[in-house]
Design a protein. Structure first.
Lengths: 456, 168
């Protein structure tokens, strides 16, 4: 197993006789296994690798170098997996005037091969989710295909790594990349210029391609075994969701890998259109709404945030038309989502002020106007020019909390959203129009006192 | 917006601690994943914790607990006027509602803080709270796990009056 392109180097040496700088270095056997737990809310990965060290009875020193990688040296941990109680990992020393080097002092009562687990936090590995949605011709269902892309810019090649992806927002005090670039792991952090890790990599690219070709050929030669999409095991831990990709993955430094996450053939969706002048101006916005639950063939796990590109199957010949795209945040199980696909022209909402009058004047002792009502009557026309049924939510704001409302017309439902906003909900059949009207009375000056008294 | 999540650790014998004060410093929390590995939960600066005291380590934000808060009413009442009929002092009549949803598989305790400035009194509140100081209300809300039907939901309705507000 060729593990490294760069000089992360292990060595075991005798503690008793020599100082760290003068000892002979012995290259250790390659990693046996490596597990990467990659977070998406921060530039953070927990790497856990196992190796078989050859220890001598007595004092042993293990040198660990992380030059050209983005490992946080303060996070390094080593744990023997056998001979518990007979191996004492006494300390981790960072020698002065040397960068990117640590020395583990290990006291062992056994000699021979000992499996150890080394874990550390590194930056430079990342993952993100993205989605493709294909609406059926009647737009009642959507085929949802989810992918994850894992990218490795950590400075380290990871071959045959078990990859786990974490969804959730983790709290970090320091950026791992900044810790990795400190001159002294625990010393005064001197802000260094970011070293361009890509420097010198141009030469390496050819070799990378060669390596990749070798791998590709390797796959092609083994054509008897078809390549299957890997399963992703999902589970919740604390506030996070963990996605474990089946088997192992090889992700060389500088490369990305796209993996299929899940696919659902027909998620029932609601075509929702929204109109709210204060938020969206005079545009009607299209939303695609569904719930992350069993009824929608989802709900097994939360859906990581990402970008969804939506297409529509226009029927026959398998032609697709682009509908829009929406970036969304993490969707918990059972939560309803509304994905904003942007403004549309095929559903039209036209509010028209049909009448304005004032009424119920109040006067103070000097005969000045102290209170009055303003009554605005709006007629709202809602047109669905599409060949499918749609749901339209029309929100109206009053800019005051002192109001009452009377309505007439085709409106299906009406709800007070907050102190100064109401929402009318309409279901429109294909190529149809509904008209409703409402009269909003807003109370001004001392008339607010009457409103307060009447509405309590 | 996520809800901050903290782990509370008490430095006492019941927590297998309590022998000595715990030094302050960076604390990194991991959780056993049940498969002989761990995941990193987060890190926080721990203070010095004397024996018997507790510390709270903030590890990250939960997005499985969702709070939707709305102001449903805000009106001036009990208006008091000067000789020129100008309002010089008034009270308010305010209603705040909050819908709290737990989408997690397990139960959770949510500590929700609400602030009401100045002089105030509560007319009606459907959940119990502790008055932490003159203007801070702390609700300790126990949320059961979500069920097959959907998230566990609790609703808070707070109807209160701010008193004796002077107009400028």
């Amino acid at each position: 197993m060729t593990m490294k392109r760069r000089c992360t180097l292990f060595a075991i040496l005798s503690l008793a006789s020599v100082a760290w700088a003068k000892v002979d270095l012995v290259t250790l056997p390659a990693r046996d296994t490596v597990q990467l737990t990659i977070y998406n809310s921060a530039d953070l990965t927990l790497a856990r690798e196992s190796r078989a060290l050859t220890l001598k009875e007595g004092g042993n020193a293990l040198q660990f170098s992380w030059a050209d990688t983005l490992i946080d040296p303060t996070s390094l941990e080593m744990l023997p997996k056998n001979h518990a109680g007979q191996i004492d990992i006494a300390e981790l020393v960072y020698p002065p005037r040397v960068r990117n080097l640590g020395l583990w002092n290990v006291a062992s009562e056994v000699s021979g091969k000992v499996p150890v687990e080394i874990s550390y936090l590194t930056s430079g590995l990342s993952w993100r989710a993205f989605y493709m949605g294909t609406l059926s011709p009647d737009e009642k269902t959507m085929r949802l295909q989810a992918y994850v892309r894992v990218t490795n810019n950590s400075g380290e090649d990871y071959e045959n790594a078990q990859v786990r992806l974490v969804v959730g927002k983790v709290h970090l005090l320091d950026e791992i990349a900044a810790l990795a670039r400190r001159q002294y792991p625990y010393g005064s952090p001197i802000q260094m210029m970011r070293e361009d890790l890509s420097l010198g990599k141009g030469i390496a690219v050819k070799k990378e391609l060669e390596k990749l070709e070798e791998r590709s050929f390797g796959v092609a030669m083994d054509a008897a075994e078809p390549i299957k999409a890997k399963q992703i095991v999902k589970e919740g831990l604390s506030e996070y969701f963990l996605y474990t990709i089946e088997g192992t993955e090889t992700i060389p430094n500088g490369w990305s890998k796209r993996l299929s996450s899940f696919e659902v053939d027909a998620v029932p969706v609601v075509n929702l259109y929204k109109f709210e002048e204060q938020r969206y101006g005079s545009n009607v916005l299209r939303f695609l709404s569904f719930t992350n639950d069993e009824e929608h063939d989802l709900g097994e796990t939360p859906i990581p945030g990402g970008v969804l590109k939506v297409y529509r199957d226009v029927g026959g010949n398998k032609h697709l038309s682009y509908v829009g795209q929406s970036e969304f945040k993490y969707i918990p199980v059972n939560e309803e989502v509304e994905l904003n696909l942007g403004p549309v022209a095929d559903v039209v909402v036209e509010p028209v002020l049909k009448n304005y009058k004032t009424d119920s004047y109040r006067f103070d002792r000097r005969g000045n106007v102290s209170g009055w009502d303003e009554i605005r009557t709006f007629e709202v026309k809602v047109r669905n020019t599409r060949g499918i049924p749609v749901k339209v939510e029309v929100r109206r704001n009053f800019n005051t909390t002192y109001w009452t409302l009377a309505r007439t017309g085709d409106v299906d439902e009406f709800e007070k959203v907050d102190a100064d906003t109401v929402e009318f909900t309409l279901q429109l059949p294909p190529r149809s129009q509904k008209v409703f009207a409402y009269s909003a009375t807003t109370y001004q000056g001392t008339r607010r006192e009457d409103w307060s008294r009447l509405s309590r | 917006m996520g809800i901050p999540v903290s782990y509370r650790i008490v430095n006492d014998a019941a927590s297998s601690l309590g022998q000595f004060a715990m030094w302050g410093g960076k604390a990194r929390l991991f959780q056993d994943d049940g498969r002989q590995s761990t995941i990193f939960l987060g890190e926080d600066n721990a203070p010095l914790v004397p024996v018997g005291e507790k510390m709270e380590l903030y590890i990250g934000d939960s997005r499985d607990i969702v709070v939707t808060q709305r102001k449903m009413r805000e009106a001036q009442i009990n208006l008091r006027k000067n000789d020129s009929e100008r309002v010089v002092l008034y009270d308010t009549d305010e209603i705040i509602t909050a819908k709290i949803e737990n989408f997690k598989d397990g139960p959770a305790t949510l500590t929700m803080i609400q602030h009401i400035p100045g002089q105030w009194d509560m007319e009606e509140c459907n959940l119990t709270y502790t008055r932490k100081d003159a203007s801070t209300l702390e609700f300790e809300i126990e949320l059961p796990a979500r069920t097959a039907e959907g998230p566990a939901v609790k609703e808070l309705t707070m109807h209160y009056h701010r008193r004796n507000i002077r107009t400028r």
